[in-house]
Design a protein around this ligand. Structure first.
Ligand SMILES: C[S@@+](CC[C@H](N)C(=O)[O-])C[C@H]1O[C@@H](n2cnc3c(N)ncnc32)[C@H](O)[C@@H]1O
Length: 302
């Protein structure tokens, strides 16, 4: 694979996002998860008069996005930070109200593909890092080597929805007593040994759920999402929308519940009664879109 290919990220449901997010063709929009700027570019190209504020907590992603958005630099402002502090980040550039916010959750393909980031269970000798934000002091190495067996088991069960969580935690603690667990390859071997062979035959890669749990833990992804949605709601103008793409049930549950709560409080109407999923054509081209669910909500005036 060339470097160029490794840095590509295929955006999920770009057409649907562009159609459903924008209600004001001269408005200001926030892409809270800018990544490689695929969605951002689509929005800027579809609506030549909008302004776009791109947020990402990953400095490398922002640098890549800056290049990809170079031809629209006069209509874009990029900000490094966690979207859970969105009101503060926007205030720092003098923005108090916006016309729409997009969340395309999780990690990007470039993050997964870069071995040294340690996100992937397929990269054998990668360091156990998994931070989206290099300034975050918590790494997967720290959690795996320092947290109690109980905390590790709870995290793997809760955020990985892994039925063998207790055994995996037990094997991790036993193994780190001999030597620290430094690489993704070591961790994959430990997980393999912990899951009985009969159970390993189904459910995809045995380490998938544990890696998901660790990634969520390192980046406090669910706490950030919860805060981020509330912050987006605060800065959102009347008749404006939030669009959120979730990639697993834990994320989607948070989005769904928050949108429903606002609806029940008569503050919002749901634009998507049921989540949208990728078309068959998109599924063929982009396997990452398989688990994606897009929900859109609109803030009512008043
Ligand atoms: C799936 S990618 C976005 C891809 C982008 N929509 C595109 O089309 O190219 C998610 C991005 O959001 C960023 N991210 C995830 N959680 C974040 C958070 N809490 N605050 C800021 N950025 C976050 C990640 O670093 C990653 O670059």
């Amino acid at each position: 694979m060339s470097n160029m290919v490794q840095f590509e990220h295929q955006s999920v449901m770009p057409k649907e996002v562009a159609e459903l997010l924008v209600t004001n063709r001269q408005g200001v929009y926030v892409d809270a998860t800018l990544g490689a700027a695929g969605h951002a570019l689509r929005l800027l190209e579809t609506y030549p008069e909008i302004r776009l504020i791109g947020i990402d907590q990953d400095a490398q992603a922002l640098a890549q996005a800056r290049q990809n958005l170079a031809s629209h630099h006069n209509r874009t402002t990029l900000v490094k930070g966690n979207f859970r502090y969105m009101t503060e980040l926007l205030a720092s550039i003098g923005v108090r109200q916006v016309d729409g916010v997009l969340f395309d959750l999780g990690v990007s393909s470039p993050q997964l593909d870069q071995r040294e980031r340690g996100f992937s269970y397929q990269q054998e000798d990668a360091p156990l890092d998994m931070r989206m934000d290099a300034d975050n002091p918590i790494t997967a190495f720290r959690l795996v080597n320092q947290k109690s067996e109980r905390e590790i088991a709870d995290a793997i069960r809760q955020w990985g929805e892994e039925r063998w969580a207790s055994r995996i935690a037990q094997f991790i603690v036993r193994s780190r007593q001999i030597e620290p667990i430094r690489t993704s390859g070591q961790l994959v071997d430990i997980i393999r040994a912990a899951i009985p062979a009969s159970a390993r035959r189904s459910g995809g890669h045995p380490a998938r759920r544990t890696f998901q749990a660790l990634r969520i833990w390192v980046n406090d992804e669910l706490g950030s999402l919860s805060d981020g949605l509330d912050q987006a709601w605060r800065v959102l103008g009347p008749n404006c929308r939030i669009a959120a793409i979730a990639f697993h049930s834990l994320e989607d549950r948070i989005v769904k519940t928050r949108f429903r709560d606002w609806q029940h409080e008569n503050q919002a109407r749901l634009i998507t009664k049921h989540p949208l999923t990728a078309s068959t054509d998109e599924l063929k081209e982009n396997p990452r879109s398989r688990s994606a669910k897009l929900r859109v909500v609109e803030k009512l005036p008043g």
